[in-house]
Design a protein around this ligand. Structure first.
Ligand code: HEC
Length: 178
């Protein structure tokens, strides 16, 4: 009886852990997205897109850290893409397969809203696809205004994150267990 109880408790713990990771990672990804977008939108409406670019350049990480709060001790997180603006966001090996799967797809062609990938060391990574909305085109689209594109090229001479279309897969936001 004792043995069965222990097995049950252990199993229950294992299931709870799985659900917890996915739920916590999803909540963190949502907070990161909302916080980044809010800060970006506020900056664009206050000072315009040209000023929003250096603002992003300097503040993406601190904004994300602030949104993550104490979860920073449990998770690492970031954004990645098949076409990056900042090379520091370049894909880690575990992301490549999924980027290939999603590359070029439109939101309505994709049914998967999130992915959980297990790394060789047993840790898990949660990924959520990001799709291009109208406001993203300002800095990632086909018709970027000249002063915006000049600013982007100043700060990111190797930028590849342009030419995206409305609704197209842009990249992943990811959350990894530490
Ligand atoms: C005001 C210009 C601007 C707008 C609008 C904008 N971005 Fe970006 N985006 C940037 C800059 C600048 C970076 C590089 C940030 C950095 O240095 O990490 C970036 C980086 C990214 C990255 C990380 C991968 C990479 O290319 O380095 C993703 C993913 C991304 N943007 C998606 C979006 C999405 C989705 C939207 C719309 C919801 C959006 N962006 C709107 C300027 C913008």
């Amino acid at each position: 009886m004792k043995f069965i109880l222990i097995v049950l408790v252990t199993l229950n713990f294992a299931f709870a852990q799985k659900d917890n990771f996915e739920n916590e990672a999803k909540a963190l990804a949502t907070d990161l997205k909302m916080s980044l977008m809010k800060n970006l939108s506020d900056k664009i409406s206050k000072d315009g897109p040209v000023e929003a670019i250096p603002f992003c350049h300097a503040n993406v990480k601190p904004i994300a850290k602030e949104a993550a709060k104490d979860r920073i001790s449990k998770f690492e997180f970031g954004r990645t893409s098949h076409k990056v603006r900042n090379e520091a966001n370049g894909p880690q090996p575990w992301a490549l397969k999924y980027l290939k799967e999603f590359e070029g797809k439109k939101k309505d062609e994709v049914s998967q809203t999130s992915i959980v990938h297990r790394l060789e060391n047993g840790k898990r990574v949660y990924m959520e696809p990001l799709f291009v909305e109208a406001k993203c085109l300002l800095c990632h689209g086909n018709n970027i205004s000249e002063n915006v594109i000049n600013k982007i090229q100043d700060l990111y001479p190797k930028d590849k994150a342009i030419g995206f279309q409305l609704g197209e897969f842009r990249g992943f936001i990811w959350v990894r267990e530490k």
